[in-house]
Design a protein around this ligand. Structure first.
Ligand SMILES: [Fe+2]
Length: 296
């Protein structure tokens, strides 16, 4: 069975599971969710053979949307306990390489099949493997209470983690031939912050073009300033794992402790633990953990 037939088969199974789940949760038939799922079922049943790339992308986008809406729905209902749709968390070392959402040659002539094959199958896979290895090594360090190599593994965690997460976003940011857009609140935001779409595009391209050596250009949302921003990442990390949200942070710049502790950073860190406002940390965690992407 080829990759796409396998995907469609999985979608059928997923659709069945969703129906069973809504029934077991006694979600009323009048609920919007049933409407959406019925629409999805109809779409699945109406699919022609063989499937076009566009059919598959539609399928995937619809399934993602329904899944997210289900999460929202159950969150609002405050169902007690964790339901699986709230997203099981990945164990250390549990990352997998996501399939490309389209065939290797689908982005031609702009990006060649050869590039896509190597980029996805070799490079992205190496990040997934590296991230799993880093997570497992760090877990082992905790278990054995041996942190002698923790700097090395934390750097690996950032490098491979950012590599994996950014590529996972990158593949889905693209689609053969592109779509018309942006629309809605995104274009409103772009126009209001960057003055116009043309200026945004120019700014983004300049940022990408001027990255020294390897790296990424990123359009990000800043929850603090509540506006978009365009950033550069050299390589992909420099100790950052992109696509994560800080919950608890400790400043160990010398200006943060030197006047009082001199070179005794260790003492400063030890004392710092006596000052934590866990209410604040919990709040940040609550808010941040509301954001969930499909796990890979
Ligand atoms: Fe890459």
């Amino acid at each position: 069975m080829d990759r796409f037939s396998k995907y469609v088969k999985e979608m059928f199974e997923w659709n069945e599971e969703m129906r069973d789940f809504l029934e077991s949760e006694k979600v009323g038939e009048e609920s919007e969710l049933w409407g959406k799922l019925n629409g999805f079922t109809e779409m699945m049943e109406g699919l022609g053979h063989p499937l076009s790339d566009l059919d598959l992308l539609n399928l995937q986008t619809k399934a993602d949307t329904i899944q997210q809406e289900m999460e929202e729905y159950f969150k609002r209902k405050q169902v007690i306990g964790d339901i699986w749709m709230m997203g099981t968390s990945l164990p250390a070392g549990g990352h997998t390489l996501p399939d490309l959402p389209y065939p290797y040659q689908a982005l031609e002539p702009y990006i060649s099949e050869e590039i896509m094959k190597i980029h996805h199958d070799v490079h992205h896979r190496a990040y997934v493997d590296g991230l799993n290895k880093a997570e497992l090594s760090i877990k082992k360090a905790r278990e054995e209470n041996d942190f002698s190599l923790i700097n090395y593994w934390t750097r690996e965690l950032a490098f491979h983690g950012s590599g994996h997460y950014l590529h996972t976003i990158f593949w889905k940011n693209m689609i053969p031939q592109g779509t018309v857009g942006p629309h809605g609140s995104l274009i409103t935001e772009i126009n209001s912050y960057f003055s116009s779409f043309e200026l945004f595009q120019k700014h983004f391209s300049e940022v990408a073009n001027r990255i020294q050596g390897n790296g990424w250009a990123l359009l990000v949302w800043s929850p603090r300033s509540r506006h978009l921003e365009i950033l550069q990442a050299e390589n992909h990390h420099f100790f950052t794992q992109w696509d994560t949200i800080p919950i608890l942070v400790l400043d160990v710049w010398e200006h943060a402790y030197y006047l009082q502790y001199k070179n005794n950073r260790k003492q400063y860190i030890e004392n710092w633990w006596k000052l934590i406002n866990w209410n604040d940390v919990e709040l940040r965690f609550e808010k941040a953990s509301e954001l969930k992407w499909q796990e890979f």
